[in-house]
Design a binder for this molecule. Structure first.
Ligand SMILES: CC(C)(COP(=O)(O)OP(=O)(O)OC[C@H]1O[C@@H](n2cnc3c(N)ncnc32)[C@H](O)[C@@H]1OP(=O)(O)O)[C@@H](O)C(=O)NCCC(=O)NCCSC(=O)CC(=O)CCCCCCCCCCCCC(=O)O
Ligand SMILES: NC(=O)C1=CN([C@@H]2O[C@H](COP(=O)(O)OP(=O)(O)OC[C@H]3O[C@@H](n4cnc5c(N)ncnc54)[C@H](O)[C@@H]3O)[C@@H](O)[C@H]2O)C=CC1
Length: 719
């Protein structure tokens, strides 16, 4: 809806009303059309202001209404009517002007923004392009390079940057609507000939072809296989090379392909999934509404290795005071230097002072006595972690929330070491912790909702996509990684190379294939986990038994690689070779290839040709199958939780929506059929045995992913 009032006698004020973000639903669009007509036909009105209620201009098209049966007035003619008006129309931008919201503002003759407002065309992140004239108007207004940047990345800009780019005409610290009304009064009656952006010629950058080629290459590289960034470049190219009306036609044509695509569905699903997981709920029913978080102003990090350093940076950047503890003096010095230089680099980028004085370093655990929350990040060793938790219980003030960053260990066992197990939760960050957006918040049977709420609130403050998960080996992310990596190791035994497996996964859209990712993370982490689970043995045993553990097929390949001291990038070799330790460019390694040949010969394995489809089906379906088991066990509350974890923590291509969404797109019956096929071929691999939830979902007609929660709940209640 939109409300209309007349202010200061001659200004028609149109207020968009659709909480919480004034999205352009059919009703809002109808409201705008009607109220603009009212304002333009009222002879007393000399100028018009458009604003949004509750401090937000407009969050864009109403994504919930997207679908084949969209009704209401279309955006393009509505915006054209505003631009063509013979009375000045001023957009008063508070909060956000995003997507269709900014396109609406670009149709206005003037734009006044509050200094705290954010503007952007984020359609690309939803698998779309700004198809209400935005891809044609923005380059005309701010030039092709700047428009390409905004449209292909979807990034939001501050009001200050928008002013600098020329998107807005004025920025105010005061009441934006008052400023816009004052401005509207001052321009009433003035000519609008120079204010209609669609009539501007598009500024022509030098080396137009080279510019577009460069940007196209960049977007193809950064979002492998994603259609929307490519279409965005094509649409801006149309703006640069065609008259406005023809450019608009091209924009429409490109949008028609995107709008109905699976990629757009996947990206819009992830948008809502991210918000759904933020409204967490434990199986007991506890959630934000029932659990008050404890305030956290001062936190401690125990262990300043790879993870501890990143977590320290992230906490300090969030504005917390941090006590950073490391027992090894040399490591403490190294960590201090690394943390400081990361903070300095980050602060320089943002043009602020580095928060170095928020951190105090110590070798003595007594220094954590007055903190509100501790994050333990020492080696992945249960004995050591238990010792640390005992020390923390003795030192910390009452009520301190104790968190572990363990990758896979039983956090409830750690809780047992403390007199207050209700205060223990997992805060599982991803490497590098100050960059990666994912945080798994792990609750055990005794964790209190208040401790979970505290960790979730801290995650929110740190800007993380935080997901509440139950306690089991590997939680959600790493638990699903086990069948995924196991299949990759089996494929090496059967004839594949790390390069072949990685290529298949990277062409699918992963930012990194499994082997390159493992080299980056460090192969020793998984080795420790396998050792603690009694799987990896110090040396390869002889004969057949080396490939059998606990009665099932096992590949010791990764353990053998670690035994050689090949831990990945940090040691200069792993599944690939690197110029030197720490170097990031992975090169194919002849040593590894001959190792694989010798390994196969030793075990009487004959290499066969393996194609990309088999790599994808075996790695991904085994992982998805485990995802269904996780849902069955109640470790994740719904498919959205798993998908957010994989998109934000494991490089799963966002435009494929996460593993569970992907399964629903492939078709659950097909996933089941392929798992049955592979399990028949490999009966000694339990991860390939289709789980009962998958079978039940197929039997109940493969409901769409948004109905799984309800189906699972029903199935659970029948058990
Ligand atoms: C706005 C935000 C920055 C606010 O953030 P914050 O305060 O943190 O709140 P949130 O928790 O994010 O959100 C609160 C609440 O609001 C919901 N919500 C947010 N935005 C939208 C929205 N745009 N639509 C619907 N709902 C929205 C959100 O889900 C929350 O609710 P909850 O889930 O219940 O908790 C932030 O929210 C944000 O960033 N929002 C998204 C901004 C965005 O991406 N906007 C772009 C939207 S797309 C767009 O605008 C495109 C266009 O305008 C083009 C439209 C053209 C359409 C025409 C189609 C023609 C196609 C032709 C095809 C023909 C085919 C054929 O031939 O048949
Ligand atoms: N590396 C990764 O990608 C991830 C690791 N994790 C988990 O985070 C934890 C830490 O992992 P990393 O940082 O990779 O290990 P790391 O080996 O890089 O660092 C561990 C640090 O802890 C220090 N330490 C050991 N005992 C200590 C004690 N009693 N008090 C203080 N410091 C102590 C060590 O000296 C070392 O500097 C592990 O539980 C790991 O499983 C979780 C997510 C990702």
């Amino acid at each position: 809806m939109a409300q209309y009032t007349r202010v200061s006698g001659i200004v028609g004020l149109i207020t968009l009303q659709n909480p919480p973000v004034n999205a352009l639903s059919a009703a809002v669009r109808q409201g705008i059309v009607d109220k603009v007509e009212t304002a333009l036909s009222d002879p007393k009105v000399k100028s018009v202001v458009i604003c949004g209620q509750n401090g937000i201009f407009c969050g864009g098209a109403d994504i919930k209404e997207f679908g084949p049966k969209m009704s209401g007035p279309p955006l393009i003619p509505m915006i054209h009517a505003i631009e063509a008006a013979n009375k000045p129309v001023v957009a008063a931008i508070e909060g956000s002007a995003l997507g269709g919201g900014l396109e609406l503002a670009l149709g206005c003759h003037y734009r006044i923004a509050h200094s705290k407002a954010r503007l952007g065309l984020p359609e690309v992140t939803l698998g779309l392009l700004p198809a209400a004239g935005g891809s044609q108007r923005l380059p005309r207004l701010i030039g092709v390079p700047a428009a390409l940047d905004l449209i292909t990345t979807g990034r939001h800009v501050t009001a200050a940057e928008a002013l600098q780019l020329g998107i807005v005409d004025q920025v105010t610290d005061n009441n934006t609507v008052d400023a816009a009304v004052k401005f509207a009064l001052s321009v009433a009656g003035q000519s609008l000939d120079a204010r209609r952006i669609s009539t501007y010629p598009c500024p022509q950058p030098s080396h137009l072809d080279a510019l577009f080629e460069e940007v196209m290459q960049k977007v193809r590289q950064s979002a492998r296989g994603a259609m929307a960034p490519v279409a965005c470049v094509q649409a801006v190219r149309a703006a640069a090379t065609l008259p406005y009306t023809q450019g608009l036609e091209r924009e429409k044509e490109l949008m028609a392909t995107l709008f109905t695509s699976g990629q757009a569905r996947a990206l819009q699903y992830i948008f809502f999934a991210q918000r759904a997981v933020g409204r967490w709920r434990m199986p007991s029913g506890a959630g934000w509404d029932t659990s008050k978080h404890r305030p956290v102003n001062k936190a401690a990090v125990i262990g300043l290795g790879t993870m501890g350093q990143g977590i320290t940076v992230a906490l300090a950047q969030t504005g917390l005071s941090v006590v950073a503890i490391e027992t090894q003096e040399k490591q403490l010095m190294k960590a201090k230097q690394a943390v400081s230089s990361t903070l300095e680099r980050g602060a320089k980028r943002r043009g602020v002072a580095p928060p170095l004085d928020r951190i105090s370093y110590s070798q003595n655990i007594q220094a954590v006595a007055d903190v509100d929350l501790v994050i333990e990040a020492v080696f992945e060793d249960m004995g050591l972690k238990m010792e640390v938790f005992q020390q923390l219980s003795a030192v910390c003030k009452p009520g301190t929330v104790l968190c572990t960053n363990t990758s896979a260990l039983d956090m409830d066992q750690l809780a047992s070491e403390t007199p207050n197990p209700e205060l223990v939760v997992g805060m599982h960050f991803f490497s590098p912790a100050h960059v990666m957006k994912l945080l798994e918040v792990v609750y055990g049977p005794r964790s209190s909702p208040q401790a979970v709420a505290t960790a979730m609130q801290l995650g929110k403050k740190m800007g993380k996509a935080s997901v509440v998960v139950g306690n089991c080996r590997g939680f959600v992310g790493n638990r699903m990684l086990m069948p995924y990596s196991e299949q990759a190791f089996f494929l090496l035994e059967e004839g594949a190379t790390p390069e072949l497996v990685d290529r298949a996964l990277e062409e699918f859209g992963f930012s990194m294939g499994l082997f390159r990712m493992s080299d980056l993370a460090g192969l020793d982490v998984g080795w420790r986990v396998r050792k603690s689970a009694g799987l990896a043995e110090p040396r390869e045993a002889s004969g057949q038994s080396a490939r059998i553990r606990k009665g099932y097929r096992y590949s010791p390949i990764a353990d053998l690689i670690c035994e050689q001291g090949r831990f990945g990038q940090k040691t200069g070799s792993g599944w690939y070779q690197y110029d030197k330790p720490g170097s990031r460019v992975a090169r194919s390694d002849p040593w590894l290839h001959s190792f694989l040949e010798q390994y196969r010969a030793r075990h009487g394995l004959v290499a066969r040709s393996i194609d990309h489809q088999e790599v994808l089906e075996r790695c991904l379906y085994a992982m998805i199958n485990e995802g269904f088991r996780i849902l069955e066990d109640g470790i994740a509350a719904g498919p959205e939780d798993i998908d957010v974890i994989y998109v934000f923590g494991y490089g799963w291509p966002r435009h494929r929506g996460g593993p569970m969404f992907y399964a629903s797109m492939v078709g659950l019956a097909k996933v089941l059929e392929r798992l049955e096929h592979y399990h028949q071929a490999h009966p000694d691999v339990p991860y390939l045995q289709p789980c009962s939830l998958l079978k039940r979902l197929v039997a109940s007609g493969s409901p769409p992913v948004h109905r799984w929660r309800e189906v699972i709940k029903k199935l659970h209640s029948q058990l």
